[in-house]
Design a protein around this ligand. Structure first.
Ligand code: SAM
Ligand code: SF4
Length: 331
């Protein structure tokens, strides 16, 4: 099997593909409430362009793709795209991340297509707090999606961004969701990708404090093995069917094994979440590049990858302050 490496000898086999910057929620840690400049439709990668890129990257060593956004299911014909995507030669796994608002009725089709797992974003188990965070009244729909995913036995992870003054009271109930359900609940440090220049009080709830908070209620947590390139540090509580993990997304403890690259909805390659983007592959393709030229462009970028998220942040070549929305990057 072909293996792709960056200039720090890290294998690169995972692509996070943001298929749209549009979203039907307005999670305040991700998007501003209004005044959003969506990418014009002609500037978005088309499905054909995405399929071609994945084909090229799968020949180079990418074996896993995660579909994200924005909200993937607000883009028309997403199911057709997914069924074409899974047929890409050499591609082994397709996963997706969704807010769960438009997902429930599609679960049978996702299973039939062979989607390996779903990450569901759920920041609160309290209806009012959910509304305060997402600015939309769809809590019941998302909870129904969660239950449907569990009943369908589609492997599911929950993503909860941990935020002071917002959802601290949800941490323990969220851990307890894993008591009777075989799911992995992941607590994520808040990052400053909120589409404004608001810098959250990031270090108030870092990975250590999240762990200590859980440990205060459940002193007998035991560490379980993390996946090879896992960004989460994972644990289990005795008697629980499921597990929980903590993602040090802002503390960036996992850069040493980072195996991922990102393509934004407009086709910008990011070799690190914290960089400002390396080049626009859509422009390269639309200028008539051959597959070999596209490959060479990727190889060049991977030969110049920052060693970690701190270096990438330091090298930001415009707007040193992070003002992007995660929906325009692909979280
Ligand atoms: N709309 C889909 C969803 O919410 O699952 C997919 C896109 S969303 C940008 C992907 C993930 O990024 C979500 O789990 C979300 O919670 C996370 N995310 C967004 N903004 C974030 C931030 N500022 N800090 C940490 N995680 C964030
Ligand atoms: Fe939309 Fe997901 Fe961002 Fe929330 S986190 S605003 S659901 S893209």
């Amino acid at each position: 099997m072909i293996m792709l490496y960056d200039n720090h000898q890290r294998p690169i086999n995972y692509l996070r593909l943001a298929v749209t910057d549009r979203c039907n929620l307005r999670c305040f840690y991700c998007m501003p409430e209004e005044g959003i400049d969506y990418v014009p439709k002609t500037e978005l990668l088309s499905y054909e362009e995405m399929l071609r890129l994945v084909r090229v990257l799968a020949k180079m060593g990418i074996t896993k793709v995660r579909i994200t956004g924005g909200e993937p299911f607000v883009r028309k014909d997403m199911i057709h795209f997914l069924s074409d995507l899974v047929k890409t030669p050499n591609l082994q796994e397709v996963h997706l991340t969704t807010n769960g608002t438009l997902t429930q009725n599609l679960i049978p089709q996702l299973q039939q297509i062979g989607i390996k797992s779903v990450n569901l974003s759920l920041d609160s188990l309290n209806k009012q707090r959910f509304f305060d965070i997402t600015r939309r009244d769809v809590f019941d729909t998302v909870m129904e999606t969660l239950h449907a995913l569990i009943v369908a036995k589609l492997p599911t992870k929950i993503n909860m961004v941990v935020m002071q003054d917002q959802n601290i009271d949800d941490i323990i109930p969220m851990v307890e969701l894993a008591k009777a359900n075989p799911i992995n609940v992941r607590f994520i440090e808040e990052m400053p990708f909120n589409g404004t220049n608001r810098t959250p009080s990031l270090l108030e709830w870092n990975y250590k404090r999240i762990y200590q908070h859980i440990e205060a209620t459940y002193p007998h947590i035991y560490k379980i093995e993390d996946g090879k390139y896992s960004t989460s540090t994972n644990y289990q509580i005795k008697g629980f069917q499921g597990t929980f993990g903590i993602i040090a997304a802002y503390s960036r403890t996992f850069c040493g094994t980072c195996n991922r690259i990102r393509l934004t909805p407009r086709g910008i390659l990011k070799t690190c979440l914290y960089d400002t983007g390396v080049f626009n592959i859509k422009d390269v393709m639309r200028a008539g590049a051959s597959d070999a030229q596209i490959q060479a462009t990727f190889l060049d970028a991977l030969g110049n990858r920052a060693k970690d998220g701190f270096e990438a942040e330091q090298n930001r070549h415009f707007d040193p302050l992070i003002t992007e929305s995660m929906s325009s990057i692909g979280g």
